[in-house]
Design a protein around this ligand. Sequence first.
Ligand code: IMP
Ligand code: MG
Length: 178
Amino acid sequence: MNKKLPDKVLVTSDEIRRRVEELAGEIACRYKGEDIVILALLRGSFVFLADLIRSLFFHGIRPRIDFISVSSYGSGVESSGRLEIEQRYLKGLQGKNVVVLDDILDTGLTISGIVALVMNEKPLDISVCVLLDKPSRRKHPVQADFKGFTIDDLFVVGYGLDYDDDYRYLPYIAELSI
Ligand code: IMP
Ligand code: MG
């Protein structure tokens, strides 16, 4: 049986669409005319990625897209504090402009770990783009160069973000009270 849908919408699909278009403009401005590689963290970033790359195209950016599979969450809401990373796709980033893309920046464990691994590959430039930022939860020193929305310390789902593999399909971001 389907679980109840969260009833508190935090960011509507219209707000997301407008902000993603603005983010594409900001990214295009930083990398004017240059090639970029988007390193998208699976699985949470896939909806954001799909919208962002199509907006980027309208700004003249035709990115290479690589995926990297990372997990630190179990089935709950607290990170396990360990990262499991599929490192295969880190190869081939040398001399490239790399944009690390994720759904949400929480404690910073994931992004700081990925940034360190990408740096080992000697990219030309590295930036971080997230749809959501929860700065009050930060434990690892990392900031997003491009961020959609700053939110409070809430557990959110939708637009790619899940709880226990559910809710990724929601076209909006909602708060889930657990
Ligand atoms: P961090 O490593 O603690 O920054 O956590 C980042 C990862 O945790 C994200 O890629 C998400 O997969 C997951 N995460 C953090 N906060 C939330 C949330 O509110 N909802 C769903 N997933 C979250
Ligand atoms: Mg994630």
